[in-house]
Write a protein that binds this ligand. Structure first.
Ligand SMILES: Nc1ncnc2c1ncn2[C@@H]1O[C@H](COP(=O)(O)OP(=O)(O)OP(=O)(O)O)[C@@H](O)[C@H]1O
Ligand SMILES: [Mg+2]
Length: 370
């Protein structure tokens, strides 16, 4: 499992999941591999009060009510729709839930304008159909159909980007819980086994959440995932991801806590500025999500490792921040420039520390890009 670029959660945490399964004596819905309490524990991590022999790490950071509501939904007749801004951890939560419930988070359909009914039902292996005709053997089930047959969780990413045909097909899957294969004379219905459900995600910045048909909306419970604005939780998420990243790249590098603070502070400042902006031109194109913070830090870490002296410096961090957030020229650059003058400069005078180096690094990056 170590030679995968990115192992799915059930592989990455296999040992932890095995252990939780071995101590789990709670009632499990359907064919779930873990009870609801254990699933929550797996996702949110253990606390001392749980009285476990070992610590279970926290993997998703957010209010427990979201996790609980998601689990309850999946035990019900409805699908789960996780909605929120980009980078709020929707896909990651969906993956963790599927891994904990079914030990399989890879039955995923990606919603795009080009997604067709075949992608959520089935298609045919053409050469086999020519050789032997249409039969169950020449049928290629979609990930969703496979999930139905196995009684596990199927995932649908970016549901709102798919067309209404696809959405209609999904309605019938979610209500009838079977797919018929009219091309075949017999053995032509695939019934969902108990335990089958769907976790869909939708980005609230995409137009279209409201365009979901009301018939489809009724078949999902919505769980809205807010942007994390609490600095402490955000710091935890960034640290969690960074540790993982360093391990994955086998990089040994120190991320000084005061640089992490600077990163968190500048995102908080930029969000505040975006919130008070009156037009889109005064707002960065970036959603300034936690995921983007992680991206900035990753960039800075890799840069320091490849081209620096293996020490993360404030200048490098500033360069990565400007480089990642300046997407539109000149609008984004102007916003960043204003921020550097209006906020970073005074802060560097008042607070000192690493701020002056951050100021300088950002200035240079802005000048280079302008
Ligand atoms: N609350 C969180 N807990 C743990 N990790 C998080 C959280 N929010 C974001 N992340 C991390 O940020 C990265 C992006 O998250 P993810 O892809 O799940 O976002 P998303 O909400 O699906 O975004 P999009 O709408 O763009 O698809 C992941 O690496 C994820 O681990
Ligand atoms: Mg996603």
């Amino acid at each position: 499992m170590t030679d995968m670029l990115r192992a799915p959660a059930e592989a990455k945490y296999a040992e932890e999941l095995d252990w939780l399964e071995s101590i789990d004596d709670g009632p499990k819905p359907f064919s779930w591999r873990l009870s609801p309490r254990m699933i929550r524990l797996f996702i949110l991590g253990s606390e001392r009060a749980d009285g476990l022999d070992r610590e279970i790490s926290q993997k998703w950071f957010g209010d427990r009510s979201f996790v609980e509501r998601s689990i309850v939904t999946l035990a019900s007749d409805r699908g789960l729709l996780l909605i929120g801004d980009p980078g709020t951890g929707k896909s990651w939560l969906a993956e963790l839930l599927a891994a904990a419930i079914s030990r399989n988070s890879t039955l995923v359909v990606q919603g795009t304008a080009g997604t067709t009914e075949d992608h959520i039902k089935y298609s045919w292996n053409v050469s086999m159909v020519i050789a032997k005709g249409q039969s169950r053997a020449s049928l290629i089930p979609s990930p969703i159909m496979t999930a139905m047959e196995k009684g596990v969780i199927g995932r649908f990413e970016e549901l709102t980007r798919s067309t209404s045909d696809v959405q209609d097909a999904l309605i019938s899957i979610l209500s009838e819980k079977y797919v018929s294969i009219p091309e075949l004379d017999d053995d032509n219905i695939v019934f969902a086994q108990p335990g089958f459900s769907i976790i869909a995600t939708a980005n609230s910045r995409d137009r279209g959440v409201n365009d979901l048909s009301s018939a489809l909306k009724r078949r999902f419970n919505f769980v809205r995932i807010p942007v994390v604005t609490n600095k402490k939780s955000e710091a935890e998420i960034v640290r969690f991801r960074t540790t993982e990243l360093l391990r994955r790249h086998q990089i040994e590098l120190d991320v000084p806590p005061n640089l992490l603070d600077i990163l968190l502070q500048s995102f908080a400042d930029l969000r505040a500025a975006a919130a008070s902006a009156t037009s889109d031109d005064e707002k960065l194109e970036s959603a300034l999500s936690t995921a983007e913070q992680i991206g900035v830090l990753e960039d800075a870490i890799l840069h320091s490792t490849f081209f620096g002296d293996r020490r993360l410096k404030a200048e490098t961090l500033a360069g990565s921040l400007v480089g990642s957030l300046a997407r539109r020229s000149p609008e984004d650059l102007a916003i960043l420039n204003k921020y550097w003058h209006g906020v970073v400069e005074p802060r560097s005078k008042d607070d000192g520390g690493e701020w002056p180096a951050f100021l300088e690094g950002g200035r240079q990056a802005i000048a280079t890009l302008s």
